[in-house]
Design a protein around this ligand. Sequence first.
Ligand code: FE2
Ligand code: FE2
Length: 307
Amino acid sequence: MTTSTASAATRQPTGASVNIPPRRLDFEFPETMKRYYYDDSPFLSSFLTTLSALFPEGESFFVESVRAYRDQITDPVLRAQVSGFIGQEAMHSKEHAAFNEAATRMGYPVTQQDKELGYLLRFGQKFLPKAVQISITTALEHYTAIIAEMLLRDPDVQQKFSPEMRQLWMWHALEENEHKTVAYDVYEQVSGSYLLRAGTMIPVTAIFFAVVAINHTRMLAADGKLTNFKDNWNGLKYCWGGKKGVFSRLLPQYLDYFRPGFHPKDHDTDALLHEWREKLFGADGTLSAQLKKTSGKKKATKTAVAA
Ligand SMILES: [Fe+2]
Ligand SMILES: [Fe+2]
């Protein structure tokens, strides 16, 4: 065996080599950006802003709950997937924090909501056993995976975004699907209890819906749109209107989580991921130039530090 072959054989896999590459991006959200960036709707735009407000604290909770078990994972592939997962979620937090600053400038109570969620999650980190914390992450990663899959599949949903916000959400959706098995596989390895997994999903769902509903109402109030009945009603129907509602139609996928043998891979998104990697980061990808630029910056900083 030659030296180079030997070193290749012993080289540890990385997030990128297991198809979970942390991509450093740098979105800009100028003062002139569209306030109602989804379908010109105050209700739907502030709903997405409500979700964005939850990401920085929420995703760092995900990361911590998985990181707590990193040393127990011996499988090199899963270890690499965990690294990819941590890197991707850190980037999501960073970019959503940048958007959240823009939303704060627009007068939305994003900072307050981010802080409150932080208190709630730190309370959980202090008092809940680690196995419960990772089962919460596994439950919420199921939510993000099925919502992200819907985003990647549905052109009608995609075209309602303003162009710059579409980039942010489609990138996030792609990566949520790239790493959708990671928290689950770590959970299976360190606990694997079906009762804990399924049992956690029920309070997580109740708390998640309550937090989103309360925070969204506050966003609408801050925007002076609480009594904008027509748009609010249309927005509710768009989200929850039976079989056509973008979220209500996800009910079968949501319920699948309660099946004893469930695994996130059962919802096959390989072809979809391939398609979206090309669309965003391929030769003519809409984010390729930005990725190249930000990777270049990172390399330049490293070189400067080394020098
Ligand atoms: Fe994420
Ligand atoms: Fe995630």
